[in-house]
Design a protein around this ligand. Structure first.
Ligand code: KG4
Ligand code: ZN
Length: 379
């Protein structure tokens, strides 16, 4: 019988969507390295992720990304990644679903090969569940060198997480709510019935004319919004806030509402930058209101001591601020955890952290890529 937390230093590999990432993390909390290669610019050219294009790119990226992640831990600065794994790594973790099949295969088959040739244990990781472990890592020890990341990320991760905790995972393909009774005991409470929150940002962004990844574009446009008297738009719906659908979400109606608004605006000749900014603002308000209210309702119902948010949408500044202010005002006894922005979107750091706290090694022959891997755990 294996026990949790038995592997001190884990090399993790992530390739479930359009990012290709590798990281080395110690004790599930201390980041030794993190390397992320994104094909976002390429996908922007095609107006979204084309699965075959993503997988082909990832084949090129995977070994250089792993080599990059191993460099800081090889004393000699050696680029021989096999000997680095042999000498410095205790286990290999890989995201094996859910995700795009071609993309997942790149990471999974690479990880299996590395496990077979080095003899290191291999830990399969559920990508969606893993997102929440971005809250477990000590991000204050690590600086990301990126010209785009000039601002110190907003983070509240100054205390060890106390349980029970309510954990919201909001990514491009998932909006899931969990009860965490401990770092390894997780129970699914509800999720999206149709579009995920990230998908809603991405689809409405396209309707508003933004070509690149939707969430950040909506956030940026919403920041330029200012109410003009007499020029108010219809307030968008706050879907499924009623109790019957306690912890489920549905965001597909927003897309329809926005396309109706866009058509109406265009008809009136009012589809200029301020109108777009107002619609972006309304979309962001609607999505974030629902996420905050449902999560805090669950926190109250389950007597949670902590609330954790994670996934790409957790990078949204309005969502972070709303959680912070609601908790501060209405639930001052609850600790709020949100990873720094760079740990919200896909990377391999939280894959390693999950593997440490909750993963179980499996014989490499038995690991496969599972595009529709179940996220409704602990029922
Ligand atoms: O977790 P993630 O990187 O990939 C998945 O596992 O899906 O999440 C990507 C999603 C995209 O839908 C993207 O638009 C959204 O996260 N996102 C944001 C922001 N940054 C990324 N949504 C709202 N505001 C943001 N600042
Ligand atoms: Zn993700």
């Amino acid at each position: 019988m294996t026990t949790h937390k038995q592997y001190r230093r884990i090399l993790a590999i992530e390739s479930s969507c359009d990012e290709t990432a590798a990281a080395v993390v110690e004790h599930g909390t201390r980041i030794l390295s993190s390397s992320v290669a994104s094909s976002a610019t390429l996908h922007a050219k095609y107006g979204g992720i084309v699965p075959e294009v993503a997988a082909r790119e990832q084949l090129d990226y995977i070994i250089p990304t792993i080599t990059e992640a191993l460099k800081p831990i090889s004393l000699s600065g050696s680029t021989d990644y096999i000997s680095s794994i042999n000498q410095h790594i205790d286990a290999i973790a890989v995201s094996h679903g859910p995700g795009l099949i071609g993309s997942l295969l790149v990471g999974v088959e690479t990880a299996k090969t590395l496990s077979a040739v080095t003899g290191k244990p291999l830990i399969p990781v559920n990508h969606v569940l893993a997102h929440m472990y971005a809250n477990f890592v000590d991000s204050s020890q690590f600086t990301v060198h990126s010209p785009k990341n000039k601002h110190q990320p907003l983070t509240m991760n100054h205390e060890p997480i106390q349980f029970p905790a309510i954990s919201l995972v909001v990514s491009g393909g998932h909006t899931e709510l969990y009860l965490m009774k401990s770092a390894s005991d997780i129970q699914w409470l509800g999720g999206t019935l149709d579009d995920a929150a990230g998908e809603a940002f991405d689809k409405t962004a396209r309707l508003l004319g933004f070509e690149n990844r939707g969430g950040p574009a909506i956030q940026e446009a919403a920041q330029t919004h200012s109410r003009v008297p007499g020029k108010d738009f219809t307030r968008l719906p706050r879907p499924m806030l009623d109790r019957e659908n306690l912890y489920n979400f549905s965001f597909s109606g927003l897309k329809t509402a926005i396309s109706r608004e866009v058509a109406a605006c265009k008809e009136k000749g009012m589809f200029s930058q301020p109108d777009i900014a107002t619609l972006a603002y309304e979309v962001q308000e609607s999505i974030t209101d629902v996420l905050v209210k449902k999560t805090l309702r669950a926190a109250k119902e389950y007597g949670a001591v902590s609330v954790l948010i994670s996934g790409g949408v957790a990078a949204n500044l309005t969502l972070r601020e709303k959680f912070l202010s609601h908790i501060h005002t209405n639930h001052p006894h609850i600790y709020f955890f949100v990873p720094p922005v760079w740990l919200c979107t896909d990377n391999a750091v939280y894959i390693a952290s999950y593997a440490y706290f909750r993963g179980e090694p499996v014989d490499w022959h038995d690991i496969t890529a599972v595009p529709d891997l179940n996220v409704e755990v602990g029922l």
